[in-house]
Design a protein around this ligand. Structure first.
Ligand code: ITT
Length: 199
């Protein structure tokens, strides 16, 4: 079976290919790189559905899309759906990270808590058409400075919970397999697995 992943972000393609291979090796994930729909939803779920519907309609294949971001508690959940554009419309990851660290410069632990959120929409076209949305949350906090060059986006400034206190690392310092076993995206996909049974 083939499932289309509606994203223009190559990092998401790579991560999903690893995550899916672990639980559903029979599924082939291909990237949908057709026209990009306007993502004008105000929630992760709305944006994920907009992207997955466009890909399903265009290809006639089952499609999934991930809308994701980092939600900082002391900022009321921002950047949230604006994560990709936090420092402007250029989608400049280094500028986004820098702005977020600046905004948190006066905030000390334990008030630097944040979550990575991944919301996946599944759209199956055809007779038994259906739309479903799942979510994965990865709790942690903002580092005080960027570290590591692994992953993408906010990975170098995010410190996931559950690490030994004397050896904490940002996701930018984690290996790809480590990230893909624990991330918000992996957690969301876990929720999706039972829904893929009838594909
Ligand atoms: P598509 O819409 O084409 O999938 P995108 O990167 O614009 O690509 P989003 O609109 O969902 O996707 O924005 C997600 C942003 O949230 C992304 O650009 C990063 O800034 C951040 N983000 C999401 N997941 C992340 C992760 O695993 N690590 C670091 N940053 C992440």
């Amino acid at each position: 079976r083939t499932i289309v992943l509606a994203t223009h972000n190559p990092h998401k393609v790579e991560e999903f290919q690893h995550i899916v291979a672990r639980t559903r090796p029979d599924l082939t994930v291909i990237a949908y790189d057709g026209p990009e729909p306007v993502e004008d939803g105000v929630t992760f779920a709305e944006n994920a559905l907009i992207k997955a519907r466009a890909a399903a309609e265009h290809t006639g294949l089952p499609a999934m899309a991930d809308d994701s971001g980092i939600c900082v508690d002391v900022l009321g959940g921002a950047p949230g759906v604006f994560s990709a554009y936090w420092a402007g419309h250029a989608k400049d990851a280094a500028a986004n990270r820098g702005l977020l660290l600046d905004q948190l410069s006066d905030i000390r632990d334990p008030h630097r808590t944040a979550q990575f959120v991944s919301t996946i929409a599944l759209v199956v076209p055809g007779e038994a058409s259906r739309e479903q949305v799942v979510e994965g949350v990865w709790p942690g906090r903002l580092a005080t400075s960027a570290a590591g060059d692994g992953g993408f986006g906010y990975d170098p400034v995010f410190v996931p919970d559950g690490q030994p206190a004397d050896a904490e690392r940002t996701v930018g310092e984690w290996s790809a397999p480590e990230k893909n076993a624990a991330s918000h995206r992996a957690r969301a996909f876990e929720q999706l697995v039972p829904l893929l049974e009838r594909l």
